[in-house]
Design a protein around this ligand. Structure first.
Ligand SMILES: Nc1ncnc2c1ncn2[C@@H]1O[C@H](COP(=O)(O)OP(=O)(O)OP(=O)(O)O)[C@@H](O)[C@H]1O
Ligand SMILES: [Mg+2]
Length: 588
């Protein structure tokens, strides 16, 4: 007894039942279903887990790359702005208020700055009221009022201020860096202001180059953000950016969105410190790069191919496996039934032969005594009951004769355990058998057809016993037809080791309720009419066939006819057969 874990036993409870109970197609179907599901699950679960793991590893690697790109882009822009701020702060601190307000001097400072930083559009000095008191640059902006502009209010409040990109008085996108300084002469805080061309940001961002699959740009930190640099997807600076910015202003925030045509867009947003801007880095799903598409296609391909292959193999294996189990179960069941049947017949046979032997002597005595009575009656003078007694004694003799036939047949069969083997051509044996029955068939108008197979192998068997088998079968066929009909005897090689002989008739057939009894001794339906049956023909036939290592089966349809099929071995392994029959009959 194998000790299986309980859960496996529970899953396969259906199969366990198979071995204990009768075979039913539904149960095999259930077993096959369970087995298929268990095998598919055993295969698919690790495959799915591995696939998911590879997918997530690849994805997290990609997200890390994106994060790293966004961080380094943010740092580069921060470094650029911090350098610009330092230079501007240095310029303010290096000059006195008077030097800054002097137009020639301011022009010089402007040109020097512009030669290093071509993005610088102009410089201006704004007094504490917000009026531009000095200006160096290409526009006419002297005396302009900046009092309500963010750059003025912002710088006044926090020393250094960077403004969002706007058109302002210049009508080109630019942003301002404003630094507040203390005018010692006036005793007030004034503002040093520089406008920077917004395209400078584009140039910087282009230099960062996050790859062909990316769109990288700056947006203003507003509820409805505006572009601060050019975006491939959303257009030039000051175009609206259609998404809200994340609330978390620390580090890089990564999110996934559905873009045009439902393609996945990976988005990294990072706030740039000390500025009113956030950096946005978009990676388009369909353009994640050939790597990503290739990876996904390969993964999908591998999963599909292995799943299809596994399904095919699993279905075939379970079909084969369940088929074999079913075949084995059926074989075992029919073997059990046959052993049961054979041993039942053998024990009834032994009992019958025993009884036949016992009643043989009393029958001989009865026969002798009735003979004596008949003789005595013959020689005695006439008396009143002489005729009556004579006919009664006749009846008794007939009954004794019938008993004698039965005991003779039974004892003949029981005694003839010895088999004498010789080489037999089954076709000529059939012709011989038929010659015994020719007259009877002719008399009853029955046509016997021989359908004999070509070049059949010579078999090794007992001629006398084979004759008896086929005499019984053909006699039964003739009896079943009665008058006018057809019997066909067909011989064929069944396989390498056996021949098959079919005896077919178009007689009355055998009904379902009696077909299982026809091989039993004394079972007969011929119990009336002139030719009473003993019911021993098929019983003896069955016994002989088993003894010769063969097999007999019957198929019949009431009103259509009956076919008896006899299978005989080409070479009889007699010692083994006799032993088999004996051991089966003793029930061992
Ligand atoms: N070819 C057949 N067609 C129809 N019924 C058959 C056929 N062969 C046998 N049977 C049935 O099987 C029964 C048993 O046959 P079996 O040969 O053992 O005995 P029997 O023929 O009745 O008697 P006996 O063989 O002593 O003449 C028959 O009585 C008959 O009902
Ligand atoms: Mg018979």
């Amino acid at each position: 007894m194998i000790n299986k874990p309980g859960w496996i036993k529970r899953i396969f409870s259906g199969v366990e039942d198979y071995h204990r109970t009768m075979t039913s197609p539904e149960r095999y179907r259930r077993f096959r279903r369970t087995l298929t599901l268990v095998m598919i699950a055993t295969f698919l679960i690790p495959l799915i887990l591995t696939t998911m793991l590879s997918y997530y590893t690849y994805r997290s690697q990609m997200l890390n790359n994106l994060r790293w790109n966004a961080e380094s882009a943010t740092k580069t822009i921060e470094a650029f702005l911090s350098e610009l701020q330092t230079v501007l702060a240095y310029t303010v601190n290096e000059h006195t208020y008077k030097e800054l307000i002097d137009q020639d001097n301011l022009n010089k400072v402007y040109h020097r700055l512009k030669s290093h930083y071509p993005g610088v559009v102009d410089l201006g000095i704004i007094d504490h009221k917000g009026i531009q008191r000095a200006y160096a640059g290409p526009y006419e902006l002297l005396g302009k009022d900046y009092s309500d502009r963010e750059c003025f209010t912002g710088a006044t409040a926090s020393k250094i201020f960077i403004g969002i990109v706007e058109m302002g008085y210049r009508k080109v996108p630019h942003f301002a860096i404003a630094i507040s300084f203390f005018n010692q002469d006036a005793g007030q805080n004034w503002v040093f202001r520089s406008s920077i061309d917004a395209t400078t940001l584009d140039k910087y961002i282009d230099k960062i180059g996050a790859g062909p699959t990316s769109d990288i740009f700056l947006v203003s930190r507003k509820v409805k953000p505006l572009l601060q640099s050019t975006s491939q997807q959303y257009g030039p600076p000051l175009s609206p950016y259609p998404f809200e910015l994340p609330h978390n202003s620390l580090g890089v925030t990564i999110s996934e969105e559905r873009g045009v045509w439902d393609y996945v867009v990976l988005k990294a947003v990072s706030y740039i410190e000390g500025t009113p801007w956030a950096l946005v880095l978009l990676k388009h799903g369909y353009l994640y790069g050939k790597d990503w598409s290739f990876f996904k296609a390969r993964l999908f391909f591998i999963v599909m191919i292995s799943t299809v292959l596994a399904l095919l193999v699993i279905l075939q294996i379970t079909k084969l496996f369940v088929g074999r189990i079913r075949e084995a179960d059926e074989k075992r069941e029919s073997m059990m039934a046959e052993i049961e049947h054979t041993s039942k017949l053998a024990s009834i046979g032994r009992l019958a032969a025993g009884i036949a032997h016992e009643i043989n002597n009393p029958l001989a005595i009865i026969s002798a005594k009735t003979g004596l009575i008949m003789d005595l009656l013959e020689f005695s003078e006439d008396f009143k009951y002489k005729k009556k007694i004579g006919s009664e004694i006749n009846g008794t003799s007939n009954a004794v004769e019938r008993c004698k036939v039965i005991t003779h047949r039974l004892l003949g069969f029981a005694r003839r355990m010895d088999v004498s083997l010789e080489s037999i051509d089954i076709n000529s044996l059939m012709r011989e058998v038929l010659s015994f029955l020719d007259q009877e068939a002719l008399y009853r108008g029955i046509h016997v057809d021989l359908d004999l197979g070509d070049s059949l192998p010579i078999i090794e068997s007992d001629r006398g016993q084979l004759q008896q088998i086929f005499l019984n079968l053909v006699n039964n066929a003739i009896d079943a037809i009665g008058k006018d009909g057809k019997v066909i005897i067909k011989t064929r090689q069944r396989d390498q080791s056996s021949l098959q002989i079919d005896v077919m008739d178009n007689g009355k057939g055998i009904s379902q309720d009696i077909i299982s009894h026809i091989f039993e001794p004394f079972f007969t339906t011929k119990d009336s009419g002139e030719k009473k049956g003993t019911g021993l023909g098929l019983f003896i036939t069955y016994g002989i066939i088993k003894k010769l290592g063969g097999h007999i089966s019957v198929r019949s349809t009431v009103g259509v006819g009956t076919t008896f099929t006899v299978i005989l071995p080409i070479k009889t392994n007699l010692s083994r057969r006799v032993h088999d029959v004996e051991s089966k009959s003793t029930g061992s």
